[in-house]
Structure formats: C-alpha cells, structure tokens
Design a protein around this ligand. Sequence first.
Ligand code: PRP
Length: 208
Amino acid sequence: MFVLALPKGRLAEESINLLYKAKWISEKPNEKSKELAFLDPLGKLKILLVRAQDVPTYVEQSAADAGIVGWDVIREGSYDLVVPIALKIGECRLSLAAKSGFDLNKYQRKLRVATKYPHLAKEYFFTKGMSCEIIKLYGSIELAPLVGLSDCIVDLVETGETLRANGLKEYDTILNSTARFIVNRSSLYTKREEIIRFINDLGELDVS
Ligand code: PRP
C-alpha cells in the first residue's frame, strides 16, 4: 500500500479531485468526517490529512511515502526530500502587502513584518539590504497592520479577496507557488513503480 500525506484545507480538495480523476481513489473522503487517515476501498492508497507545514516532515520521516504540498512550504523549511514534479494545482503567491501609502524605501526604523514565513521574509529583506523584525504569527496575518502590530505582512495571496476585504495592497511578489509532489528518499527505491505512475498520472492533469 502507498501512503500519501495531503495538507488539510484548500489544497486537500484539489489534491483529492486530482487523485480521483487519475483513478488512484474510487471515492472521495467525506468532507465532514473528522478522521485523519483514509484508506481507499480500492486498497491502493492510504491518505493522511495533516497540516500543510507538517506534510514534508511526514514524508521525510517515512510516515508517508509521498505527499502533496505547496512550493512555499518546501522553500520555507529545509528538508531532505525528492521533489520530482510541479502540479497544476494550488497556484498562489507569497507577497509583501501593507496599507495603502506604504513605502518600503522610506522607513527610518526597523521594519516590523508579520508573517507565517519567517525564513522567506527574512531572506527577501536581506536581499534588499534591509533589516527587519519578524513577528511570527500562525494565521489571520492580514489583521496585524490594521491593529498596529506590524508595518507590513508577508503572506500568501490566492484570489486577493482577504487583502481587499481588509483594505491592504500588494506591493511585491516574493515567490510564485504551485503544489509539488514530494517523495521520501527510500520510497523512491522501494515503491518505484507507484511513484513513476504517480508522476505520469498527476503531472499532466489539472482539476478543471
Ligand atoms: C491564506 C493566506 C491568506 C489567504 C489568502 O490563509 O494566509 O490569509 O489564505 O487567500 P485569498 O487571496 O484567496 O483571500 P488561510 O485561509 O489558509 O487562513 P489563515 O490566515 O488562518 O492561515
């Protein structure tokens, strides 16, 4: 049996649609179920539903043979994984955003940056020759500049609705991201056939 780790949330739905279309699963897990491990009736695949940031860890530590996760998550961490293909799902970008009137070049003091991505945010400001104070948050990042917790944010933008709803503007794109198929190093040898089939099946498909 092949074990696949998927991120809970938006990417889970797209990933499951992709697996269904590629006939890796014969039915979709019940969205309302609280079960975190799902064995498909075909018996080919076991799906683990974990937090996006934890998908690479499950795969690296051999709790799963492979996983699907955003490029943003892979770039933020440092993992020993094989990343053979990009998928046509999970398209989004990591952006610098702030209230209107924000000007990165006019800051006299250290910039306060709220983000779930401390590593990528630091790297971005470092390459601009700027030092910044990172305020690590775990969600609802867009709130930080509205309440004076930060001067700007580095966060994911997909439709842009959350930024608009909170009166924030996008000032720069830091990283373009799509989902990746990631593979455990030893599974690459022990489950070679399945992995090649996954790459062939998933690489070409989109969810439309
Ligand atoms: C993500 C991201 C933004 C939002 C962007 O948050 O951190 O807040 O989605 O999507 P949009 O451009 O389509 O509006 P998520 O929904 O994962 O929740 P979180 O803020 O609690 O992490």
